[in-house]
Design a protein around this ligand. Structure first.
Ligand SMILES: C[S@@+](CC[C@H](N)C(=O)[O-])C[C@H]1O[C@@H](n2cnc3c(N)ncnc32)[C@H](O)[C@@H]1O
Length: 258
């Protein structure tokens, strides 16, 4: 599946806020070795570099397009292509940070355990993931995927995301002997403008695998997008001021190694 930096960055300001909220809760003062997992276009990595100017910062992502954009934005950092479902740092990490990646990756118990155990003493693992599986933005996409002429092509995408309730992660980090655990959720009321703004929002993220699966059937892809857009417009009506509110839930966690 390919990622499109331009589509993703259309809502860069709104997507940046939770990244900063997560960053603000990391207790590290002067970490030496910082990793940004799923760094995307690097706009969040820049914030890590600004907070810890003396740290060695590495951004990792599977998308060459995203990494190229990231390198352009922050040439001083190290940029690596990697599959983060299996990657581990080659040296103990002082901060492992990840904004809006891990819901795409399966096996959180094993993956988070591996990353936590890769931290130095006092090191922090900080992760943010959207948790909107029960919201119309996701249920509509799934319903439309299962009910049109595109049904067979989209069937493998019925179980894309892994995300558990907060107590799953709290128990996991407690069982790993974390010295400090901070887990919270926020629902951001995203005020979007324009026609089909919710469709535009998810076109940069959750809809990408569906669009990729229909890339070779442009008529099906257009039909699918039209149907999803129609239903999203009903579920998220535009206010009289022209603003469409999209409630967006995000789960945050910071775990510090003893
Ligand atoms: C929603 S973007 C988040 C980008 C950035 N962290 C931000 O907050 O702006 C998710 C990123 O995760 C990357 N990604 C998804 N699955 C991945 C995997 N298995 N390994 C590495 N990167 C992955 C995508 O290429 C994409 O750049």
């Amino acid at each position: 599946m390919s990622w499109d930096p331009q589509q993703y960055l259309k809502f860069a300001d709104l997507r940046l806020r939770p990244a900063l909220d997560l960053l603000a809760r990391i207790p590290a003062q002067s970490p030496g070795c910082v990793f940004d997992l799923g760094c995307g276009a690097g706009n969040v990595t820049r914030q890590l570099a600004a907070r810890w100017p003396h740290a060695s910062i590495t951004g990792l992502d599977s998308s060459p397009d995203m990494l190229a954009e990231a390198k352009r934005q922050l040439p001083s950092a190290r940029w690596l292509q990697a599959d983060l479902s299996t990657w581990r740092p080659s040296q103990p990490a002082d901060v492992i940070y990840s904004n809006a990646l891990f819901h795409w990756i399966k096996g959180h118990r094993q993956v988070f355990t591996g990353l936590f155990e890769s931290l130095s003493a006092g090191g922090a693992l900080a992760i943010q993931m959207p948790r909107n599986q029960q919201e119309p933005s996701h249920t509509i996409t799934n319903q439309v995927a299962q009910s049109g002429p595109w049904r067979e092509r989209l069937a493998p995408l019925s179980d894309l995301f892994e995300i558990w309730p907060p107590d799953f992660y709290h128990e996991l980090f407690r069982s790993l002997g974390a010295a400090h655990i901070d887990i919270w959720e926020s629902i951001y009321q995203q005020a979007l403008v324009g026609d089909d703004p919710v469709l535009e929002w998810i076109k940069g993220t959750a809809l990408r695998p569906y669009l990729a699966a229909l890339a070779e059937a442009p008529e099906l892809q257009a039909g699918f997008l039209k149907e999803v857009g129609l239903r999203l417009r009903e579920a998220y009506p535009k206010g009289r001021d022209g603003v469409t509110l999209l409630p967006f839930r995000r789960l945050f966690m910071v775990a510090v190694r003893a």
